[in-house]
Write a protein that binds this ligand. Sequence first.
Ligand code: MG
Length: 158
Amino acid sequence: MRIGQSSDIHRLVEGRKLILGGVEIESDLGLLGHSDADALTHAVAEAILGALALGDLGKWFPDTDPKWEGADSQVILRAVAAMMDERGYRIGNVDSLVLIEKPKMAPHIQKMRANFAAALNCDIERISVKATRGEGLGYVGRREGVLAQAVVLLEEKE
Ligand code: MG
């Protein structure tokens, strides 16, 4: 087994979509970034790269590459899943957390889990997505940005 972890931060701004875990969520503020800026999906993808000791997400999907401009981060996650598969590993489990002041994530958690399970070719029971507010504190609480974190365990395929 191999363990990996990651965090990702994106700025919240007007005039951008809020996409987290591959779900477009109605919001007055959205995430700024080169791709669709899905911080939660980036954290999960980079945690898998970490477990494989393959470096960070920017090494494989540089934000200077026009190929990834406005990219669907679920496509990036699927590419990482293929790298995992090629190296002989599969998902043991994923635990992830997004820190966002509002809107509420609860109505979207199941869809996020389903998206991750589909991209990673595993059972939804192996995928955990959680959310918490910033309680008005710090950059999360002031709605300046969103922080996402993920821990993954990979198992060697038989
Ligand atoms: Mg990112």
